[in-house]
Design a protein around this ligand. Sequence first.
Ligand code: X2X
Length: 336
Amino acid sequence: MNNLSRRALLAGGLVAPVALSACGKGPDADIVWRLGTNLPISHPLSARMKEAADRIYERSGHRLFIEVYPSSQLGTDADMLAQVRAGAIQMLSISGLIMSILVPQTALSGIGFAFQDRQQLFNAMDGSLGAEIKQALAARHLIATPKVFESGFRQITTSSRPINSPADLAGMKIRVPLGSLWTSMFRSFGAAPTSINFSEVYSALQTRVVEGQENPLAVVDTGKLYEVQHYCALTNHMWDGFWLMQNEEALNKLPGDLRDLVQAEFSAAADLQREDLAVLAETLPKKMQDEGLILNRPDTQIFRQHLRDKGFYAHWREQLGETSWRVLENYVGGLA
Ligand code: X2X
């Protein structure tokens, strides 16, 4: 067993990681890269990345094979981040909001209730807001592929009670991912947020270690979280996107044509994946209801006003700095 497999086992996986390679593909490649992510292969983000990896293998004439490891098989988000920085893996797809533990600017896209809709969001992320974030990542030797992948607007699910207003969140034990954007937001609502890696969320909800969690519906669906939750408040409280980052040294070692191929294929994959998510945004509310979740659509202005009153925007403006904040407000208007 190699070090990486052993590490994943020690990190809590019950099975050794198995790369998703189409039968017999890969062993003949000159260069093998590893790509890790926390989302399951049933999620369009992982599925489209896998398709891109297969195309890269074919179009490179079998020179480059990218092994895709979904479902946190290589460890927690923090583990994978350490691995990609050290060059133990070459690619990591991770939420920008988790990534902000290392590069604060990546939190810009997830500021609560900032974006009105996907159009406004993608204008920003394919424009100067995305450029600002990519530059901050590059300063830490992590080179993002050109287009951010979508996870979507996040919604709140609970087993205990429906959420109609911030008051309903008071004292609630809610799971959040790693990253202070989440803890500061849910503390502002008076909840008791706990950071848990995504691979442990299902069991934390099932055993009622926590009452609720928040995620885009595509993650609630592919993670089958509806099996262990009763209510879902469509709050759209923050947008979440995944950067696909490359270890700079590994990227620089690739021949120029392969470097270009990788960027082009993953850009095309991001376009397709965003379209998948747009379709799912329309169809998933009904599917979640059919799976037994009780949906409600709270008045989000009350939540936004609550964050304003608690100084949430002022806090993040200070954390991220005037210059970055202005880039965000250029797209979304004044927040505080
Ligand atoms: O951990 C989560 O909730 C997930 C999958 O949405 C992120 O990676 C932020």
